[in-house]
Every structure is written in structure tokens, then in C-alpha cells.
Write a protein that binds this ligand. Structure first.
Ligand code: AN0
Ligand code: CP
Length: 317
């Protein structure tokens, strides 16, 4: 594997999940593979899980790790070419990227949607510049439109807990006080559409995702109806995608908060969320603390998805 930015980069999903189970059973099996290889993780945004689990994955493989927080200590980076740099950004990303590339063998990048321009976000301007100018394999640690390490961990988690061959998985929008990117729901939809699960998306009108991510998923505007018979409930907030509303909050309706009221019509569904989660906005205390909640094992599987991805990248160096 050269780069890892979306579901297509993982190839056959079934074999990737099998590989994940093998790694989970023996996570230090490839501890020599990354000897004298350096991973650089570059964060334009905050992180708890991605930072720790990806670093742990690299250590499982015997790699060295360097972490750079662009907004804490590094020079502020200009990202547009052609700008007269007389403002508050002393360095251009076009120098910074090849310099970073010169100190490492693999680069992970976190750069969220900025909501300034949908075109810029959906063209993955920052991630693609890393791919183009670093000279190194690049993987996404959540970019503007996708969070593939999360979606891979989500599938591993579903495969571990499913009782039916073809479970019903429902992704529901839920309220949040801040405008959040569509990366997690886009990515989850993209990976769900690569499985043969029954996949339903529910959200208030106006929160339609990019149709290329929705694919053949069923969209049901009635949340209670969507939850009927669900085996897995995947909650997430996102800001609007459509047209002039891009990046806006259109709804604060707390009846969408996942509670026992909705969970009661499921088939004793498991609750999932990528975290960080705002309790009693996205999900009630009762639901997230219930024995059916998978949020902690789901986060733990981030180490596994990252180990598989880094292992595959190292093997093709
Ligand atoms: C981010 C998001 O919604 O994309 C990261 C989730 C993994 N969440 C927040 O910024 C709260
Ligand atoms: N789920 C996830 O990516 O969490 P962090 O933002 O803490 O990395």
C-alpha cells in the first residue's frame, strides 16, 4: 500500500478484517518490520485517540515516531500558492511538506474541513499536497472528507459483535453545539457501502450528505422508523453539506439525541460513536453507559486498524 485515504486503498475488505483479527491476536508479530523507519504524525487539529492509537500501532511495528502539532509550536503555514506572505503565516506548506518528508519514511496527516470553501475541503487540498510534495507514503488521520482509520476500526468492531450475517446498521445524526465536519459520516457510509450489511442513514431534512458517499444507502427522515430492528446504532453529528448551507448548523432538536426511547425499538442494538462525544447532546448517559455500548472497544480497535495500515505501508516501502 502506498497511500491510505479512503476505502479503495484497503482493497478487499474481508481480507483486511481477517488481517485485523490476526494482528489483534498477535499484535507484536511484525515488531521488526518498522526497525529504523520513522513515522511522522502531523496534526492541524486536536486529537486523543488518533494520536495515541497510531503512535501505539507504530510502536507495535518497531517504528520510531515524531509528532508535530502545527498549531502549537510550529510555524503557522500558508496553504495557498501565489499569496503575498505579508500576514501572520511565516512559512509556506510547499517548503514545509518536503522538509517534513526528509525526516521520515511515512507521514500521517490530520487536517479537518475548514468550512471556508466546500470545493477546497472536498478537493482535500491539504492532504493532496502532502501526497504530492512529501515524497513519502501518506495516510489520513482524518482529513476534510474522510476518516478511514476510524471507519476501518468501526467495521472491525461490528464484525466482532454481530450476531447476524447481515446486520442492520443505522447511522443517525444527533445534535451538537458546534459545526462538525462530514468526514466521519461520509467515511462510515463509504465503508458500510463496501459491506453487504443493511445500511440506513437518518437525519433531519437539510442534512443530506454528498450523494457520492450515500451511494445506495437508504435515507429515512423518520428517526424512530429508521431505528426499528437495528442491530447497531452509529451516532454522529455533522454540519450541513448542501449548497449555501455548507458548514452550517440547521437544527438543534434534542429529540434526535439517542436515548432509551429510540433504542427501545431496535433489536437490542449496540450503540457506537467514534468519540469524543458530548453526553446528553449526542447520546444520553444511560445509553452510552449501557452494556450494549461499544464506544470503548471501538476506540481500542483504532490501534488495530492503524497497525494493519502501517504494516501494509511498511511492506511496500
Ligand atoms: C471531530 C469530527 O467530528 O470530525 C473528530 C471526530 C473524530 N470531532 C470534533 O471536532 C468534536
Ligand atoms: N475518534 C477519533 O479520531 O478521536 P480523536 O479526535 O480523539 O483522535
Amino acid at each position: 500500500m502506498r497511500n491510505f485515504t479512503c476505502v479503495n486503498d484497503i482493497g478487499n475488505l474481508k481480507s483486511a478484517v481477517e488481517e485485523a483479527f490476526e494482528i489483534k491476536a498477535e499484535r507484536y508479530k511484525y515488531c521488526e518490520l518498522g526497525k529504523n523507519k520513522t513515522l511522522m504524525m502531523v496534526f492541524f487539529n486536536s486529537s486523543l485517540r488518533t494520536r495515541l492509537s497510531t503512535q501505539k500501532a507504530a510502536l507495535n511495528l518497531g517504528m520510531n515516531v515524531i509528532v508535530l502539532d502545527i498549531n502549537q509550536g510550529a510555524w503557522k503555514l500558508e496553504t495557498q500558492r501565489g499569496v503575498i506572505m505579508d500576514g501572520d503565516r511565516p512559512e509556506h506548506i510547499l517548503e514545509a511538506i518536503p522538509v517534513m518528508g526528509s525526516y521520515c519514511d511515512v507521514i500521517g496527516v490530520r487536517s479537518f474541513a475548514r468550512f471556508e470553501s466546500r470545493e477546497e475541503d472536498y478537493n482535500e487540498v491539504i492532504l493532496n499536497q502532502f501526497i504530492k510534495y512529501s515524497g513519502r507514503p501518506v495516510f489520513s488521520m482524518e482529513a476534510a472528507t474522510r476518516h478511514p482509520l476510524q471507519s476501518f476500526a468501526d467495521i472491525i468492531t461490528i464484525e466482532e459483535h454481530k450476531k447476524k450475517e447481515r446486520p442492520k446498521v443505522v447511522m443517525t445524526w444527533a445534535p451538537h453545539p458546534k459545526a462538525l465536519p462530514q468526514a466521519v459520516p461520509n467515511s462510515f457510509a463509504e465503508w458500510m457501502n463496501a459491506t453487504d450489511y443493511e445500511f440506513v442513514i437518518t437525519h433531519p431534512k437539510g442534512y443530506e450528505l454528498d450523494p457520492s458517499f450515500v451511494g445506495n444507502a437508504k435515507v429515512e427522515y423518520d428517526q424512530m422508523k429508521a431505528f426499528e430492528g437495528a442491530d447497531f446504532v452509529y451516532a454522529k453529528n455533522w454540519a450541513a453539506y448542501s449548497g449555501d448551507n455548507y458548514g452550517k448548523i440547521l437544527c438543534n432538536d434534542r429529540s434526535w439525541t439517542v436515548s432509551n426511547r429510540q433504542m427501545a425499538v431496535t433489536d437490542n442494538a449496540h450503540f457506537m460513536h467514534c468519540l469524543p462525544v458530548r453526553r446528553n447532546m449526542i447520546v444520553t448517559d444511560d445509553v452510552i453507559e449501557s452494556p450494549r455500548s461499544l464506544v470503548i472497544p471501538e476506540a481500542a480497535n483504532r490501534e488495530i486498524s492503524a497497525t494493519v495500515v502501517l504494516k501494509r505501508i511498511l511492506m511496500d516501502l
